[in-house]
Ligand binder design. Structure first.
Ligand SMILES: NC(=O)c1ccc[n+]([C@@H]2O[C@H](COP(=O)([O-])OP(=O)(O)OC[C@H]3O[C@@H](n4cnc5c(N)ncnc54)[C@H](OP(=O)(O)O)[C@@H]3O)[C@@H](O)[C@H]2O)c1
Length: 196
């Protein structure tokens, strides 16, 4: 893969103890806020997402940018101060969407990448690190391809049962290097793993 110094690709995901990133209705109703609880904003200057989640993500953060006092559709609550901060961050940060089908986006700073080689090339460009926002299939396939340098998980104190597992489509076994463990409010645990 890549050699020498490159921008790290850092995945951040919120999961249940049984590894689900969303329930059967297609959202994680146990997540109270879609804030950056991973410390990404200080470290990255670009975001990468899969085509599956991009349209909903764009809608969610656009709604918060336009009407910051209104309840938002996933959490059903008004945005938290941390969500407002993330809404400002996304407005000024380039977003790359991995897709063979999508061709247009609402945000002027969004562009499309058509394959894994383009992601490898992005990592070689000068800049800060890159935040891999999701979704599950994209994260699993980029880990399989050896493109993800760090995995930051926030584990919620819940066995979700039915739902979509983060690693459902993972094909390869991979050892992880535990870098940091931290207990967060509400019984959540932050885990940071290096992928070497
Ligand atoms: N719990 C969390 O922290 C969290 C975070 C983020 C997202 N999510 C959830 O994740 C869900 C979306 O995940 P998802 O797995 O359905 O979709 P996804 O990973 O966002 O997108 C998958 C799509 O990406 C495109 N793609 C192109 N090349 C690919 C490759 N090599 N590997 C994988 N995908 C490739 C394909 O679209 P084309 O057909 O256009 O090529 C594919 O259908 C959302 O429902 C969201 O709620 C949860």
């Amino acid at each position: 893969m890549t050699t020498g110094k490159h921008r790290k690709l850092i995945a951040g995901m919120k999961i249940s103890v049984d590894g689900k990133m969303e329930g059967p209705e297609g959202s994680a109703d146990w997540v109270q806020a879609w804030s950056d609880d991973y410390g990404m904003m200080q470290q990255v200057d670009a975001c990468l997402l899969g085509a599956g989640m991009y349209p909903g993500y764009e809608r969610y953060w656009t709604a918060i940018q336009n009407e910051p006092d209104k309840p938002v559709w996933i959490t059903g609550a008004p945005p938290t101060p941390e969500e407002l901060e993330y809404a400002r961050f996304v407005a000024q940060t380039p977003h790359y969407v991995l897709s063979s089908t999508l061709t247009s986006a609402l945000w002027p700073r969004t562009s499309f990448v058509r394959g894994l080689e383009e992601i490898a090339a992005l990592k070689q460009q000068p800049g800060k690190d890159i935040y891999l926002v999701g979704g599950a299939r994209t994260t699993a396939s980029l880990i399989d391809a050896g493109l993800v340098d760090e995995l930051r998980l926030i584990v919620y104190p819940l066995i979700a049962g039915e739902g979509k597992a983060l690693f459902e489509t993972t094909e390869r076994r991979r050892g992880l290097e535990l870098r940091k463990v931290q207990q967060l409010q509400g019984g959540r645990v932050s885990l940071i793993y290096g992928l070497g």
